[in-house]
Every structure is written in structure tokens, then in C-alpha cells.
Write a protein that binds this ligand. Structure first.
Ligand code: GDP
Ligand code: IMO
Ligand code: MG
Length: 428
């Protein structure tokens, strides 16, 4: 058996969908282990661009098992839509399976997410309003509803009605808002669940077989390390563990079986939503990168904040996840800039630090220390058919990052398509 973890090293949108799709041809199983439809993973094949939120990005490779693990929170309405979206584009979802232990997102989670953000006002997190936090909250609080509960339709309806009543109480009495219609929700959700029921199964049985068969397993993270509920810039984080540590409890595999981890690193940094961002560029260079890289959210369409690549944050990310190598994406986006900056340390109260502070107040006082690298032209990047053919300065940038991180860039990506990918290492 061999397995590979692919996950975001920054604040999400690093290009995980592209890299997962690219490597999925070598895998037998592709597994999502956390998050939900807050994720937006783009896969661009030669003639078609796809956006996925819940279904693993391995789905475009034939005869693969694509697993939605127990750690994922699943919105059945969104999943039914995504299945239809793929089928309409002639993509088969035959290999899809959903863990019977996965928790379900209901409309009251989405509504509470919206109300909670409204209530926070100036302190809002900037969530995707997909009900992610409220659903994980129910899971931890032990009032959530799981996929396996649908195996007994009567029981499912009973606990759903009980939860709707409780949540409507909260919506009306605490938030002073309008209650959601119980009967409509029950009817709609019984329908959506009936549609996805054929895909629900015990994924532990599948994972056990995969291990026994020596199969190749690929784990696809959503979000990114700095959005991790423990390791991220709390409270401006998501409610799950996008890190390597999330895999064992989100996908039914022992942590001792994990082998290699590929950190997906954008050649610069972006972030959607609020929270600290030490290397953020609020000037025209930031705007230029946003337009050149088309940095607008796949799920919400929001403009992404842009800034330089940050070695303090990435070294922290490597430490937490144990990345054995990185996939450096969107190198093409930086083309045509005269100078490209790399933050190598932070200055805090007159002293240089190389650790990532937990306190947001401390982080807000950190100033990035940069080294400058000379730029290269887009034309030269577009003409390159191999890594070696890339412009010298682009290769110097990649190699500087490798040196500062102490891990190889096994993949260098210079465009959204599969063909715009240079492979420099082996994975399985
Ligand atoms: P994910 O959430 O990590 O899967 O990333 P997103 O799909 O949200 O955002 C990444 C965007 O960059 C998508 O539109 C990809 O098609 C695109 N992309 C991925 N790799 C590259 C690359 O190397 N160059 C360029 N220009 N675009 C890329
Ligand atoms: P992918 O998988 C970027 C951010 C939101 C917000 C915070 C909490 O495409 O990389 P949530 O709705 O999860 O409670 O929002 O997390 N966020 C993402 N940012 N990419 C994502 O996913 C994200 N999923 C959530 O913007 O700041
Ligand atoms: Mg995304």
C-alpha cells in the first residue's frame, strides 16, 4: 500500500483540486476527510472547467473510488446538485461513496451561520455561510444527525423534527428572526436523502480492504493549514482540521499508516474572509496579482486578499503537517513583475522571530522581513515544456523556496490545466 496526503499549506485555494486531479490517475481511492461545501476546488481539463465543493477531485479519472469521509459535513441538497451538475456534463459519479458516519448539514445550520455572522457585526469571521461551523458544533455537542440515521426513515424524521423545533427556538428567541418551515424542510430533506442513500456506506470497511489490497490512497484536504481550528489564525478559521492530523479521525485510517504529505503552496499568498495576514499587499501590486491570478472565490465569488509568499507561515505549516514535499502552484501568475518578494522572518517589537505567533494581537504587530528576487516574463514561462526550460529567474525562485523550506518542490504548476504541470518527484 502507498498513500499520499494532498493539502493546503496556506489559507485555502492553493490549487488542491488541480493537483489532486493530476495525481488521481495513480491512485485507486481519493478521499475527502474534512470540511464541506465551503470548499471550492477547480479542475480544468483541456476543454472544460469544473468546480467541485463536496465530491473528491479524483472523479474525472475513470474507475476510481471517490470517498466522502466521516469527518466531512455533508449538505445533501448541495450534493444532489453537484451530482446532477457532473452528470449533465457527462461525468459519471459511479465511484462515489459517502461515510455513514458523516454529519448532515440542514438549512437551520446555514441560517444560524448567517445570523451568527450578522450578530458578530464588526467581529464577523467572514464565513462562507454554508452552515459549516453550526453543523460541527452540533456534532461536538452531540445533537447532530448522521448519514446512518437515514437507514431508519421514521427515526430520521423524528430526530430531524426535534432538531428543527430546537433550532427554531434559537432562531426566534435568541436571534429574533423568522422560524424555518418544519414540514417543507422534512419533505425536501427526505427527498434529497433518498437520492443520495445509494452512496452511503461504512467507509471503514472500504479503507480496511484498501489497506489489505495494497491499494494507492490519496487524501484530498479542503481549506488550508492556517484555517485549522487549532493551528490556524483562530477565530478566523474554519471548524475542522484541514491538516494531516485531521485524516486519521476524518477518514477511518490509522495515523501510523500515513506515508507522504504533499503541501500545496501557491507561489504567493491569498486569503478570503477576515483575519490577520502579515504579507498582505493592499497596494496596486496586490490588485495586479488578484487580476492576473483571477483571485476570486470559487464558492462565494469574493475577491481574495493577496500578498507575498511567507516562509514563517510555511515553515510552521511544514512542521505541523510533516510535508515531505510541496506542489508550488501559480508560478505563472507572478510573471512580468520586476521584483518578487519572499518573507523570510517577522520583526516583532524590534526583534527578529521565525515562529508563527498564536495571538492575533501579536501577529498584528509583526512586520515581514523580505528578500527580493528578480522577475521573469510570462512568454518565457508559456514557452517552457519542461521544468528545465523555465526562465532562469523562475527556477531561482523555486529553488530559493526549496532552500528556505528544506523540502523539494516535487510539482511546479504554471497554469490551471493538467498539461501545465511539471513533475520533479515520485509519489506512489
Ligand atoms: P483549491 O480550493 O485549492 O482547489 O483552489 P481553487 O480551485 O479554489 O483556486 C485555485 C485556482 O487557480 C483555480 O481557478 C485553478 O484552476 C487555478 N490554478 C491552479 N493551478 C494553477 C496554476 O499553476 N496557474 C494558474 N494560472 N492557475 C492555476
Ligand atoms: P478551499 O477548499 C479559502 C474560509 C472562509 C472564512 C473561514 C471560515 O476551496 O481551499 P467557514 O465557512 O468554513 O466557516 O469559513 O474559512 N474558508 C476558505 N477559504 N478556501 C476554502 O476552501 C475555504 N473554506 C473556508 O472564507 O474565512
Ligand atoms: Mg478553493
Amino acid at each position: 500500500m502507498s498513500n499520499l496526503v494532498i493539502l493546503g499549506a496556506q489559507w485555502g485555494d492553493e490549487g488542491k483540486g488541480k493537483i489532486t486531479d493530476f495525481l488521481a490517475s495513480q491512485a485507486d481511492y481519493i478521499v475527502r476527510y474534512q470540511g464541506g461545501n465551503n470548499a471550492g476546488h477547480t479542475v480544468e481539463l483541456e476543454n472544460q472547467k469544473y468546480k467541485l465543493h463536496l465530491i473528491p477531485s479524483g472523479i474525472f479519472n475513470k474507475n476510481k473510488s471517490c470517498i466522502i469521509g466521516n469527518g466531512v459535513v455533508v449538505n445533501p441538497e448541495a450534493l444532489v446538485k453537484e451530482i446532477k451538475y457532473l452528470n449533465d456534463l457527462n461525468v459519471s459519479v459511479e465511484g462515489l461513496v459517502i461515510s455513514d458516519r458523516a454529519h448532515i448539514i440542514f438549512p437551520y445550520h446555514v441560517e444560524i451561520d448567517r445570523l451568527e455572522e450578522e450578530h458578530r457585526g464588526e467581529d464577523r469571521i467572514g464565513t462562507t455561510i454554508k452552515g459549516i461551523g453550526p453543523c460541527y458544533r452540533d456534532k461536538v455537542e452531540r445533537s447532530g444527525i448522521r448519514m446512518c440515521d437515514f437507514s431508519n426513515r421514521g427515526f430520521f424524521e423524528k430526530i430531524l423534527r426535534k432538531n428543527i423545533k430546537r433550532k427554531n427556538d434559537l432562531i426566534v428567541k435568541y436571534y429574533g428572526s423568522t422560524p424555518l418551515d418544519e414540514d417543507t424542510m422534512v419533505q425536501d430533506y427526505m427527498g434529497y436523502m433518498e437520492e443520495i442513500a445509494p452512496y452511503i456506506t461504512d467507509i471503514n470497511v472500504i479503507m480496511r480492504k484498501a489497506v489489505k489490497d495494497n491499494a494507492n490512497i490519496l487524501f484530498e484536504g479542503a481549506q488550508g493549514t492556517l484555517l485549522d481550528i487549532d493551528y490556524g489564525t483562530y477565530p478566523f478559521v474554519t471548524s475542522s482540521h484541514p491538516t494531516t492530523s485531521g485524516i486519521a479521525c476524518g477518514a477511518g485510517i490509522s495515523p501510523f499508516r500515513l506515508e507522504k504529505a504533499l503541501g500545496v503552496v501557491k507561489a504567493y499568498t491569498t486569503r478570503v474572509g477576515r483575519g490577520p495576514f502579515v504579507t498582505e499587499l493592499t497596494d496596486e501590486t496586490g490588485d495586479w496579482i488578484r487580476e492576473r491570478g483571477f483571485e476570486y472565490g470559487t464558492t462565494t465569488g469574493r475577491a481574495r486578499r493577496c500578498g507575498w509568499i511567507d516562509m514563517v507561515m510555511l515553515n510552521y505549516s511544514i512542521e505541523i503537517n510533516g510535508f515531505t514535499s510541496i506542489a508550488l502552484t501559480k508560478l505563472d501568475t507572478l510573471s512580468d513583475l520586476e521584483t518578487i518578494r519572499i518573507a523570510t522572518a517577522y520583526q516583532l517589537d524590534g526583534e527578529l522571530i521565525d515562529y508563527f505567533p498564536a495571538s492575533l494581537e501579536t501577529l498584528s504587530r509583526c512586520e515581514p522581513i523580505y528578500i527580493d528576487m528578480p522577475g521573469w516574463s510570462l512568454e518565457e514561462v508559456q514557452n517552457a515544456k519542461t521544468y528545465d526550460e523555465l526562465p532562469v529567474n523562475a527556477k531561482k525562485y523555486v529553488e530559493k523556496i526549496e532552500e528556505l523550506l528544506g523540502v523539494p518542490a516535487d510539482i511546479v504548476s504554471v497554469g490551471p490545466k493538467r498539461s501545465e504541470t511539471f513533475v520533479r518527484g515520485t509519489f506512489f
